[in-house]
Ligand binder design. Structure first.
Ligand code: HEM
Ligand code: HEM
Length: 196
């Protein structure tokens, strides 16, 4: 149940997907709002939450990638064209990359800022700065990289989400269902049992 097989995602892959997806979407919204507030105390607190959840995504994505490598990858759903398969694989690859590059550029921007504001992940762990040049120019570079990567990736995630909904409601295939339920193997086996 925990592990993937060649037909379906296991519980752990599904949990990783939805927990990380939810935090990712929350981070985009939080990031957008926090840089636009003029209340300094609120902004400081929102920055700390944003950095904390950003680090959480980085750690969870690392563990998720290791888990993915230790598991079989579910086969593509039958009936998808070669182009659809390539587009899906490319999108997943880009999203995996984004889950590492966005937090890393966020970490870089906090580390290169002349303000050197410390990062306390969830008020528990002090995150050390990366050994990078500290200057206004370096901070501006990493801030722009972070923002561009975040907004471009959110467009890719929106396309990914639309594709999943298209499969579910239009093509009525199992693409979304198998990311929602880890019982498919049990159910298929049970159906086979009742038929035989
Ligand atoms: C997947 C995780 C993350 C996402 C999706 C994300 C997204 C964003 C977004 C959308 C913004 C607003 C950009 C703008 O409109 O200018 C932002 C700003 C910011 N992020 Fe992140 N972020 C993530 C992780 C992190 C991490 C790990 C850190 C630091 C350790 C961080 C530090 C910051 C800071 C300091 C800003 C404000 C930059 C400024 O002063 O303009 N972020 N982020
Ligand atoms: C409501 C929003 C979302 C929906 C409906 C959704 C749906 C899905 C579905 C159905 C799959 C399985 C595709 C397949 O079996 O070929 C999948 C895989 C994936 N999704 Fe999402 N997703 C959403 C949001 C996100 C977000 C925000 C991210 C990351 C930023 C993300 C990253 C991924 C990745 C990396 C995979 C590949 C998983 C693997 O094979 O290891 N998804 N998603």
């Amino acid at each position: 149940m925990l592990r993937n097989d060649t037909e379906s995602y296991g519980l752990l892959a599904i949990l990783f997907h939805w927990i990380i997806a939810a935090i990712f979407m929350g981070q985009i919204l939080l990031g957008y709002l926090m840089v636009r507030t003029s209340d300094f105390a609120l902004q400081f607190s929102l920055f700390q939450w944003h950095k904390s959840f950003g680090f959480l995504i980085l750690v969870l994505s690392g563990v998720r990638l290791l888990w993915r490598m230790a598991n079989p990858r579910p086969r593509d759903i039958a009936g998808m064209s070669r182009m659809e398969r390539s587009a899906a694989h490319l999108t997943h690859g880009v999203l995996y990359l984004a889950l590492f590059l966005i937090p890393l550029t966020g970490w870089a921007l906090a580390s290169s800022s002349p303000l050197q504001i410390p990062t306390f992940a969830f008020n528990l762990i002090v995150i050390p700065p990366l050994p990078l040049t500290i200057s206004d120019q370096a901070e501006a570079f990493w801030t722009a990289s972070h923002a561009w990567l975040a907004y471009i990736s959110s467009l890719v995630a929106a396309a990914h989400m639309s594709a999943a909904l298209h499969h579910h409601f239009w093509k009525k295939d199992a693409v979304l269902r198998r990311m929602l339920s880890w019982h498919s193997r049990a159910r298929t086996a049970a159906q086979k049992d009742t038929r035989s």
